[in-house]
Design a protein around this ligand. Structure first.
Ligand SMILES: C[S@@+](CC[C@H](N)C(=O)[O-])C[C@H]1O[C@@H](n2cnc3c(N)ncnc32)[C@H](O)[C@@H]1O
Length: 319
């Protein structure tokens, strides 16, 4: 198995990671995002500390999203997990949408593993993501499929030259990347504008209570991932955050990819914003575009929410 420095593998991997899921359920570090306008970056889009730290990181080190295949391995996906999630989404649609779903928008799609599964069964899938490397990986993997398209977009605010969708999905517990109230509302409005009336918006939300506030950045855990001959040293950090922030914590992921002769260090800050079902309900109402119609824990239609172990699905209906 060989790699180039864009992180591309000579073959794709069967097992997929569970990215932000692991980040947010178990990784809980911290940093700051802010409620006060003074602490926000211009336009109120991101908490200032997150924006500053992210900008500094961007100047210094690449993101793991620039290495799509390595990223999947680093994040410990279980075999069959994506297929299971896709089947679960289909069942949500069957229960809550009166017609067959034929057009799906995949938000923060990465290489859109879910969209690719749907596209193979004739559903028209469109993915949006901000990472050129992830989108290129998606395009390369789906080049034989006519029914999937990718657009480079930031999810906070976007428009698309597309006909309306029956459903939108936001998978992999990536929802916390929306760090401010303004971004959340703008996002909901942007998604609503792409959906048919009555269309469904399914959000895969992390559950991570027991967040530990830390005073200074500290190592949480370290491990080594091997992909063939390539070694990746992974270190995860908790980062401090103010009590008044809209985020609960910031988790920092550092990967040292030991390419022969030239190790590359990637660094990502992953915001952790803890969204409970009542908060999702409030958000939906505040957006004026959605209502929360169902919550399902851990890919189950029968388990009570009180027994939710790691994640839950919010099902929103476009008003
Ligand atoms: C954990 S991956 C999930 C990919 C895919 N949904 C999946 O299930 O495998 C998160 C993706 O979110 C994208 N992302 C993060 N923040 C974003 C933003 N503000 N706008 C657009 N994409 C973003 C990243 O580029 C990355 O591809």
């Amino acid at each position: 198995m060989c790699f180039d420095e864009a992180g591309a593998l000579s073959r794709s991997f069967a097992p997929r990671f569970k990215p932000v899921a692991c980040f947010t359920q178990r990784a809980v570090g911290a940093r700051r995002g802010a409620i006060q306008p003074a602490l926000h970056s211009r336009g109120g889009r991101r908490p200032l500390a997150v924006a500053n730290a992210a900008a500094k990181l961007r100047r210094m080190e690449p993101s793991i999203y620039q290495f799509p295949d390595i990223f999947r391995r680093v994040h410990m996906e279980r075999p069959g997990e994506i297929e299971h999630e896709a089947a679960f989404l289909r069942e949500i649609w069957r229960r809550h949408y009166p017609r067959p779903v034929i057009r799906v928008l995949d938000i923060a799609c990465g290489n859109s593993p879910h969209g690719q599964i749907f596209a193979r069964t004739g559903i028209q899938a469109v993915g949006i993501d901000d990472s050129p490397a992830m989108i290129s990986a998606g395009r390369a993997e789906s080049r034989r499929l006519d029914s999937i398209r990718f657009y480079r977009r930031k999810i906070e605010r976007f428009t698309l030259p597309e006909r309306p969708f029956d459903a939108a999905i936001f998978m992999c517990e990536t929802f916390p990347v929306l760090t401010t109230n303004a971004a959340l509302i703008a996002h909901f409005k942007a998604v609503a504008a792409t959906l048919k009336r009555g269309g469904l918006f399914c959000i895969d939300v992390d559950r991570h209570d027991g967040v530990d506030l830390v005073k200074r950045r500290r190592l949480w855990r370290a491990r080594t991932v091997k992909i063939g001959a390539l070694r990746i040293d992974v270190r995860e950090f908790h980062r401090p955050i103010g009590w008044y922030e809209p985020l609960h914590s910031i988790y920092e992921l550092e990967c040292t990819i030991r390419f022969p002769g030239r190790p590359v260090v990637t660094r990502d800050l992953i915001p952790v914003r803890y969204t409970t079902p009542p908060l999702m309900d409030l958000l939906s109402r505040a957006s004026g575009c959605f209502s929360l119609i169902a919550c399902y824990p851990d890919l189950s239609f029968t388990r009570p929410l009180a027994e939710c172990d790691g994640r839950w699905f919010a099902v929103l209906k476009r008003l």
